[in-house]
Write a protein that binds this ligand. Structure first.
Ligand SMILES: Cc1ncc(COP(=O)(O)O)c(C=O)c1O
Length: 445
């Protein structure tokens, strides 16, 4: 499958944004994260258009946890989207990119005082409350700054989505938000309403990620609107906003068929309208926080193939060939975290038939196999391998395991490539280490 602006050029090489990926690998080194600017912008626009056509009172927050750096924040700002942050670091990065504060929201299941203080001081759009202790923390920060803070109450709608359990969040047994079923959500709303320092705006849920249908979103919308009706009946308060989180899935494999943005928008707005009609409620602002579905398919990671070995297996077909790449777990932990799957293109042989099945192995001291059964042409050391759909939760989750250097990132489009994140240097690896004086002397040689 070719995604976004990917195409195979006359030399049989993979191009993205008009840039030859083999040349990118030579110029910037590998592993290299490549972001397809046109695809990212197109997804932002298509998402906004799909909802604007069907439900004008809507707002889209890009979930910055998927991928955030100064350049990406600028693109999201230029596209007119809002920004969802979930930590001091994400909020700091957004503000450093001059993202308009009023368009930022703050999440977190255990927010710390400094991030709440920063959010309140910089007057971000709203804070989403996640637990009872935090209601007081936010109210105290708001009182200290002498300005009320807009809040949403995050609820667990009791919906179990069809996805890996490590990326499910909407079920009742979750660390996120206030449970609707046991009455905690209603109690949190009461407390928020009672606090003069808080302005209660509505409720939020996020059911899970990489969802390939809309069933759990529709169920959660129904449960959330039931709660909105209960809130109005018992307190008289209206929810001005309903935030349905993110979660729409993407194509990691050619066989993945997530709903189109039009179908998704049609089902979501249909479910919302019918739930509101059931209770005679006015239309709230429909807010969302897509991350993966905006950025995943805009990302490709380039690697260089190194060692190749074929080993016997106990089961058919009797042997397995491992093609090792110059990255792995540290630049993409998702296969280890939740059995994520990917497809590859041999960037320098993109016109050859995929007539082999290979394991694409990382080079860490772990069994960090990125893809167990990759379909590919015959690979040789020195080939450039492009792993697709790596825009979301790859760079964002990268680490320095084995003291690997975190890769560079380039933004490609209109035949040009711009560095947007520099590759780390060996000096970066020890930049924060400190050696106490008593360890400086007396080393044995
Ligand atoms: C609260 C919240 N909103 C939005 C998202 C983004 O989800 P996705 O990237 O699946 O769209 C997440 C993902 O974990 C989340 O926890």
């Amino acid at each position: 499958m070719l995604l976004g602006t990917q195409r195979v050029n006359a030399q049989g090489r993979l191009e993205i944004g008009g840039c030859d990926t083999v040349a990118l690998a030579q110029e910037f080194g590998t592993p290299l994260y490549v972001v397809d600017e046109a695809e990212l912008r197109a997804r932002c626009r298509a998402y906004a258009a799909a909802f604007a056509d069907r439900y004008p009172r809507n707002r889209i927050h890009y979930a910055s946890k998927a991928l955030l750096n100064l350049a990406v924040a600028r693109i999201i700002a230029q596209e007119g989207l809002c920004l969802d942050t979930a930590s001091y670091g994400e909020l700091f990065t957004a503000l450093r990119a001059r993202f308009p504060a009023a368009r930022i929201n703050l999440h977190g299941s255990n927010k710390l005082a400094p991030e709440i203080e920063l959010a309140v001081r910089r007057r971000i759009g709203h804070i989403t409350l996640d637990n009872f202790g935090e209601i007081q923390l936010v109210a105290d920060a708001a009182a200290a700054q002498q300005r009320p803070v807009r809040v949403l109450v995050r609820v667990a709608p009791g919906v179990d989505p069809d996805t890996h359990r490590f990326i499910s969040t909407g079920q009742a047994d979750t660390k996120f938000g206030f449970n609707i079923l046991d009455g905690s959500a209603m109690e949190a709303v009461r407390r928020a309403l009672a606090s003069p320092a808080l302005r209660f705006d509505g409720i939020h849920f996020h059911v899970g990620s990489q969802l390939l249908d809309t069933v759990s979103h529709e169920e959660a919308i129904s449960a959330a609107v039931d709660l909105m009706a209960q809130i109005r009946a018992t307190t008289g308060a209206l929810c001005h906003e309903l935030n349905i989180g993110g979660g729409l899935g993407v194509r990691y494999l050619s066989t993945h068929e997530p709903p189109s943005l039009e179908t998704y928008a049609e089902r979501i707005t249909g479910a919302l309208r019918s739930a509101l009609a059931r209770h005679g409620l006015p239309m709230p602002v429909l807010a969302q926080e897509p991350g993966r579905s905006l950025v995943a398919e805009a990302g490709t990671t380039l690697y260089t193939v190194g060692a190749i070995k074929t080993v016997p297996t106990l089961t058919a077909p009797g042997s397995r060939t491992y093609a090792s790449i110059d990255g792995g777990l540290s630049d993409n932990p998702r296969p280890q975290l939740y059995e994520a799957v990917y497809e590859v293109i041999a960037a320098n042989k993109a016109d050859r038939p995929h007539d082999r099945t290979l394991a694409i192995a990382g080079r860490h001291c772990e069994t960090d196999v990125l893809i167990w059964d990759a379909s590919a042409p015959e690979l040789e050391p020195g080939d450039t391998l492009a792993v697709q759909t790596t825009g979301a939760y790859n760079a964002a989750m990268a680490s320095n395991y084995n003291k690997f250097l975190r890769p560079a990132m380039v933004l490609v489009g209109d035949d040009r490539a711009d560095l947007i994140v520099e590759r780390e240097t060996p000096a970066d690896l020890v930049r924060h280490d400190c050696v106490p004086a008593r360890l400086k002397a007396g080393a044995r040689t």
